[in-house]
Ligand binder design. Sequence first.
Ligand SMILES: Nc1nc2c(ncn2[C@@H]2O[C@H](COP(=O)(O)OP(=O)(O)OP(=O)(O)O)[C@@H](O)[C@H]2O)c(=O)[nH]1
Ligand SMILES: [Mg+2]
Length: 288
Amino acid sequence: MATGKIRVALVGNPNSGKTSLFNQLTGLNQKVGNFPGVTVDKKIGSCTLPDGRQLEILDLPGSYSIYAKSKDEQVVTDILTNPEDADYPDILVVIADASNLKRNLLLLSQVADLGLPVVLALNMMDLAERMGKKIDANILEQEFGVPVVAINARKGEGINDLKTILAQPVTARQRPFLDVTELAGPKYGKLINQGPEPQYLRLHQLLSSGEISAGEARSIQTRDTTLRYGKINKIVARAEKPTQRKGLKLYTDKIDAILTHRLWGYLIFIFIMFLIFQAIFSWASWPM
Ligand SMILES: Nc1nc2c(ncn2[C@@H]2O[C@H](COP(=O)(O)OP(=O)(O)OP(=O)(O)O)[C@@H](O)[C@H]2O)c(=O)[nH]1
Ligand SMILES: [Mg+2]
């Protein structure tokens, strides 16, 4: 914390609304887009809390898991698994797309186990509602042991509630979401328990330093992800309550309804095949 400001990093799956939230908090105008990978590097801005204190906000690329598979994800993993990193945050805000909760909660469970104080911002609640899903934030709060706030990062709703949470001390989870010794097995269990760091942070430091063999690393990753999803599925089954879909259908539903219609579906298919046939056998001869 070289600047003396509280450093808050925004993390979450690609396209979950991190940059939209960054723009709401900082008043800046970073590029947002309705496809993953819009942010490929970190961006920094600042935000003033109601009590006048300043937060430094770090917008990070999208990440599905702490086990990075792309360069963008590696940026996030490198920062979050290295407390010595200049960008290591004091608090993490995980932005989850509420319409696709399970996949988004995997990252939450992982970063919470790294020992960082975490706040969960449930974004895209409007979309979840339109899909007929109502989310019980209390269940998520209890199960993940983190404060949860519903926001709409596009419209700027819930931003003051988030600032209120950030103005209070946020503490890290005491007990990990997943027991890592169970994960690493007896061979690495001892190494993981060395030192004062949380076991999951230690595990990731051993993985990135190459002290765990590549084959063993793959099997740890598979077990980790499977066990976490097992727990997350049960939580989401309780937290996600089906409701009436709002009259408004998603545009993809509308397209599906036409393309799979008994009559129109076949006619559209035949028409497209006809166009392809024409393109190959008739129109292609014009430029020749
Ligand atoms: N319906 C709805 N759309 C939202 C909401 N928040 C953000 N969006 C839209 O979601 C899209 C993605 O938003 P971004 O802020 O670029 O998402 P990101 O997480 O920064 O994406 P990457 O940088 O690619 O990982 C944009 O089109 C936003 O306008 C919300 O609460 N509801
Ligand atoms: Mg972004």
